[in-house]
Design a protein around this ligand. Structure first.
Ligand code: C2E
Ligand code: CA
Ligand code: CA
Ligand code: CA
Length: 278
């Protein structure tokens, strides 16, 4: 029995070691990919379902390799751990702003391009200057850019967070709470923070047509948001039944495969062209 335990222990530490060296290898590949500008931005259109207009685009990072795409859920955590998220995050911000500028110049004056912000970026002392610098460099009006933060960011250091959010709001940026409903924070922050939009997490949407509890949660979040004067967007909308329910609830916006998958730039431009008079 002892020897069995022993050998399984060795196997365990062995595979743990493998996992760590695999992480280090991916982190190193990521560093190289960033330097070689191999990463790419995709954009997922967001639809206003009350008046059928495209209102925004969420910026989503893609890492193409010889063996296909490495999903962001695999490499963003490693970028956060290693600090690579700071230069990568700046690259994302600048290139998302460049795309916003291009579209504004094409006549999409009110388009809002949303950028995901990791907690590590938000807590970095240069974050404010980085964002304001990206706006100035690309000549994009702040109201065309939205920062998506999670509830985790808000919990971290409340006084500093409130200050920073007010500074970002003061320059005119749009602010949204990503994955709303999945964090553990109290709702009281909603009245203290200058937030524009709640993004209802997709886990509540997937079964909204069959699961009464999910439907009740979403209905309550929509009412809460509306009573606070916030815009509501539902993520992960895949089916027309989802859309019908959300429309009835008074949810203003949707994002999901039902309307569009995240698109590379050329396809995005085609999509916008083809949906001009939606
Ligand atoms: P997220 O911010 O919650 O992004 C939404 C995710 O849901 C995206 O996955 C998107 O492709 C996917 N999605 C959109 N519509 C649907 C749908 O109808 N059904 C389903 N099943 N999925 C849908 P993606 O692109 O793989 O990104 C995953 C996560 O990685 C993001 O979650 C975000 O946390 C992170 N991430 C992605 N891009 C960035 C980035 O540029 N910066 C940072 N910091 N994080 C990013
Ligand atoms: Ca997001
Ligand atoms: Ca989300
Ligand atoms: Ca997420």
């Amino acid at each position: 029995a002892i020897s069995t335990e022993h050998s399984s222990l060795i196997i365990y530490s062995h595979s743990l070691g493998d996992a760590i060296s695999k992480e280090l290898a991916i982190t190193e590949q990521l560093r190289i990919a960033i330097n070689n500008k191999e990463l790419e931005l995709y954009f997922q259109p967001q639809l206003n379902i009350q008046n059928n207009t495209i209102v925004g685009l969420e910026t989503l990072i893609r890492w193409p390799t010889e063996n296909g795409f490495i999903p962001p859920v695999e490499f963003i955590p490693l970028a956060e751990k290693s600090g690579l998220i700071i230069p990568l995050g700046e690259w994302i911000a600048i290139n998302a702003c460049k795309q916003a500028k291009y579209l504004i110049d094409q006549g999409y004056k009110d388009i809002v391009v949303a950028i995901n912000i990791s907690p590590q970026q938000f807590q970095h002392p240069d974050f404010y200057n980085m964002i304001v610098g990206a706006l100035a460099f690309t000549k994009v009006p702040a109201h065309n850019i939205e920062l998506e933060i999670t509830e985790g960011v808000i919990m971290y250091n409340e006084a500093d967070t409130i200050d920073l959010l007010h500074k970002l709001k003061a320059v005119g940026l749009m602010l949204s709470i990503d994955d709303f409903g999945t964090g553990y924070s109290s709702l009281s922050y909603l009245k203290q923070f200058p937030i524009d939009k709640l993004k209802i997490d997709q886990s509540f949407i997937f079964n909204i047509n069959t699961d009464a509890a999910d439907k009740a949660i979403v209905n309550t979040v929509v009412d809460l948001g509306k009573n606070l004067g916030l815009t509501l967007i539902a993520e992960g909308v895949e089916e027309s039944e989802h859309l019908d329910i959300l429309k009835k609830m008074g949810c203003q916006e949707i994002q999901g495969y039902y309307f569009s998958r995240p698109l590379p730039v050329l396809q995005l431009h085609e999509f916008l062209q083809n949906n001009q008079d939606l």
